[in-house]
Design a protein around this ligand. Structure first.
Ligand code: ZN
Length: 136
C-alpha cells in the first residue's frame, strides 16, 4: 500500500524537513527492518537528503540554485515556471532509505527535505515501505 505525506509550502522556493513525518509513517506500518521509498509526484518539486542541523545550508543551496537557474530567462515553456522544472530535474524526485530497528538510517546531520521550487502550494509525497521483518 502507498501512503501519502501532505506538505504545504509557504514560499516560492523552500526546503521543508519531512524526516519526522516519514518516520511517523514507518512507525504506523510497524516495519522494523526494510526499505522506505519516497516519490514526489510533481514536476516542479523534488526530494533530497542533506544537512538538517543548520538551516543556513538549505538557504545556501536555494541561493545557488536561484543563481544558476534564474526565475526569469530565455525559456520556451509558456507557463512561466521553467526554472522550477529545471531545479526539480537537477534535484531528483525520489530517494530510497534504509530502515533499521524501526528508524530511518540517516547520518547524524542528515534530514529528508521536500524541495519546493514553485510554491506556495499544497503538495504530497508518496511513500512505500517494504519490510523483511515485522513486529510480532
Ligand atoms: Zn510548468
Amino acid at each position: 500500500m502507498i501512503k501519502y505525506i501532505n506538505v504545504k509550502s509557504r514560499t516560492r522556493t523552500e526546503f521543508i524537513d519531512i524526516t519526522e513525518k516519514v518516520q511517523e509513517v514507518i512507525k504506523e506500518t510497524g516495519v522494523v527492518s526494510g526499505i522506505c521509498y519516497l516519490f514526489v509526484p510533481h514536476t516542479t518539486a523534488a526530494i533530497t537528503i542533506n544537512e538538517g542541523a543548520d538551516p543556513s545550508v538549505q538557504r545556501d543551496i536555494q541561493t545557488l540554485f536561484n543563481r544558476m537557474v534564474p526565475f526569469e530567462g530565455d525559456y520556451l515553456h509558456k507557463e512561466g515556471n521553467s526554472s522550477a522544472h529545471i531545479k526539480a530535474a537537477m534535484t531528483g524526485i525520489s530517494v530510497n532509505l534504509l530502515i533499521d530497528e524501526g528508524r530511518l538510517v540517516l547520518g547524524t546531520w542528515q534530514s529528508v527535505f521536500f524541495a519546493e521550487f514553485d510554491g506556495p502550494r499544497h503538495r504530497r509525497v508518496a511513500i512505500k515501505v517494504a519490510s523483511d521483518r515485522k513486529m510480532p
